[in-house]
Write a protein that binds this ligand. Structure first.
Ligand code: G
Ligand code: G
Ligand code: NA
Ligand code: MN
Length: 255
């Protein structure tokens, strides 16, 4: 509750901003795109990660305010990067349940991209299985269809940790699965985690979905993933989430 009051003030003062973490092609190390992660630039405490204000995403008004701020900043950053001729790929934003379930979302999102002249192919959303599991699954399905038909990318976040069953993968069509960090962290020491990651990679391959392994920190984890045919990865091994000003620099690093 106190967090939500603080967030309301932070939104009013425009202190919520995106940090960007690269998603890289495992075989070449090239950046394929970025995930935008919300940060609170606190006047006394410095940069606060989203993990510290998760309650805010449960409050529809706050979650909406955060998404509006993040989406507006991402669209304007994308416009600037494209104008500068940077090969930025896609930027994906995370959407809370209440934000994704707003029937006006697709039109609003597509309107903002069109107004900025940013092609939809440069923008994506990440939703968790739980976000899709709503009483109104038809509506969720329609939203996914509309976004994807317009060329936006949809990724299923934290895959394997939610309550969804595999049948939802058939119903809710997405472009990519993100293998949760919880499976990746111990993939080289824990046979169970390794088996799950292998199975998820196989499943995604058979369903023709992209896969992004999250939370990759070590060369050993990377080698395992590469060996198992995982094409994309994200994590501290490549880069931590960083402010927008850092993105052109990351994109221009020599291969
Ligand atoms: O990067 P960080 O540790 O702060 O992220 C913690 C969690 O917060 C992650 O699960 C991430 O998906 C979520 N998150 C980060 N930014 C956003 C956002 O803008 N909206 C929503 N709904 N969740 C976010
Ligand atoms: O739920 P979601 O997958 O969106 O959460 C991503 C979270 O993981 C963010 O908090 C992000 O800052 C964090 N993160 C990203 N890469 C790594 C990593 O390599 N190691 C750890 N421990 N956390 C990471
Ligand atoms: Na995410
Ligand atoms: Mn995730």
């Amino acid at each position: 509750v106190a967090v939500c009051q603080g967030l309301a003030g932070a939104l009013k003062d425009e202190r919520i901003l995106p940090y960007y973490q690269p998603q890289v092609a495992v075989d070449t190390g090239r950046i394929a795109g970025f995930e935008a992660l919300a940060r609170w630039r606190h006047s006394e405490r410095g940069i606060i990660p989203a993990a510290a204000f998760q309650e805010g995403f449960q409050d529809p008004e706050i979650a909406n305010g955060i998404s509006d701020a993040i989406i507006a900043a991402v669209v304007s950053d994308l416009r600037r990067w494209l104008d500068a001729g940077l090969d930025v790929g896609h930027v994906c934003v995370n959407l809370a349940a209440s934000v994704f379930r707003d029937p006006a979302l697709p039109e609003r999102l597509l309107g903002q991209l069109a107004a900025a002249g940013v092609p939809a192919s440069h923008f994506g959303v990440e939703v968790t299985e739980t976000v899709l599991l709503t009483r109104n699954a038809d509506e969720a399905e329609r939203t996914l269809k509309t976004l994807r038909a317009a060329g936006l990318r949809v990724a299923l976040d934290d895959f394997g940790t939610g309550y969804a069953s595999l049948t939802h993968l058939k119903r809710f069509q997405v472009d990519a699965l993100k293998i949760d960090r919880g499976f990746v962290s111990h993939v080289t020491e824990n046979g169970g985690d390794a088996a799950i990651v292998r199975a998820l990679l196989r499943l995604a391959d058979d369903l023709r979905l992209d896969v992004i392994a999250e939370g990759v920190e070590t060369a050993e984890q990377e080698a395992f993933l590469k060996d198992q045919g995982c094409r994309f990865a994200q994590g501290y091994r490549y880069a931590r989430p960083a402010p927008a000003g850092r993105v052109p620099w990351l994109l221009q690093l020599p291969d």
